[in-house]
Ligand binder design. Sequence first.
Ligand SMILES: [Zn+2]
Length: 402
Amino acid sequence: MTHYLVRFSYVSRSIKSMVSQPGVDHAGQASAMVASVGGKLLGYWYAFGEFDGVVLMEAPDSSTAASVAMAIGGTGEVSRLSRRCARRRRPRICRLARQKDEAAMSVQTSQPKAPVIDTGAITQITDGVWVIPDTDHTPMVPNVGIVTGDRAALVIDTGFGPDNARAVIEQARRLSDGRPLFVTHTHCHPEHGYGANAISADVTILYNEAQWDELEVKGPILLQMFRKQLPALAPFLDGVEFVRPQLAYTGSMTMDLGGGLTVEFREFGGGHSLGDQGILVRGGASVLFTGDLVEEGTFGVLGDSDSHTAAWLDRVKRFEQLDPDLVVPGHGHPGGPERLTDYRAYLELATRRVAELRAAGGLSEAGIVDRVSTEVLALQPAWQNQMWARKAVEDLTWPARA
Ligand SMILES: [Zn+2]
């Protein structure tokens, strides 16, 4: 991953709004913006002199970095951009200023598959627990869970946009025969629950506090970014608003749905997002819904500077301690505990090998990233999102983020 330095100046109305709204988290907004295109914000500083501030970020390639820079400008928050090469402790520098190929800067126009939750594919995986599966790794389609007890039912994730949310709730109503419906989202990313406002009058929404705090800050930014970056999918996000959950918890919370089914909600933040939660259903077989802390057939996405490989490994180990019979990942096919083992294995390999090679000496940080990334990819050569395998390793070598 290459580093990019973006220098910017605020337009005057932005400065006015910074004075009148001093609590706005500009760094958080920028972080979410960069993360939404697969990068990571490494620093955000205000400055005196020619420019008002500087952003240092990692991005997968020059055209992605350019799109972020343009998106920042498109918000009206920035009046001028200058992209300079950043040279930190690792000698991998900005290519953006040298970018001569305008074609490489153009917006990707390929038509992605529509991110529609296929409610007809719903499958019962154990007593009272159903999954509407993401059967073919369709981008922006998560696994959706529906848990039906005697007294109430719970929906876990509602998909990308209001239409998907309405369709999922309709399916849940059919299964739960009019019992009260609770809805939770595994974390704050768009495909897991944007559009909850379309159903909030009919259900009780439940998040952990960190998740809501994160959604409140990053939600509008991610919404804007996804509309810009995925214009073909933007209509799915029409009408999205962010609504406060009616129920919130810190730490953990247990819910008795009746009929012998209990659900334990727990905070697991810091791996993939600040507000990650794990949801463990006990009744028949125990079922763990992991959100994007575990996916099937793909490397995990480090969302932004609030996510980190070390925390991620810790969270997966804690998932294993819950000893679930079945695991429903954020995306890809549900399975057994091997879903957790596979994730721990690659995160553990990255962590161990970086430490070993550093202790041995002789390789630069960049050399360590190259070596260990190759080893991680060799562990799961068929997995998608291979750039994120490298990202997981880079996270461990970045000196400011030990
Ligand atoms: Zn996610």
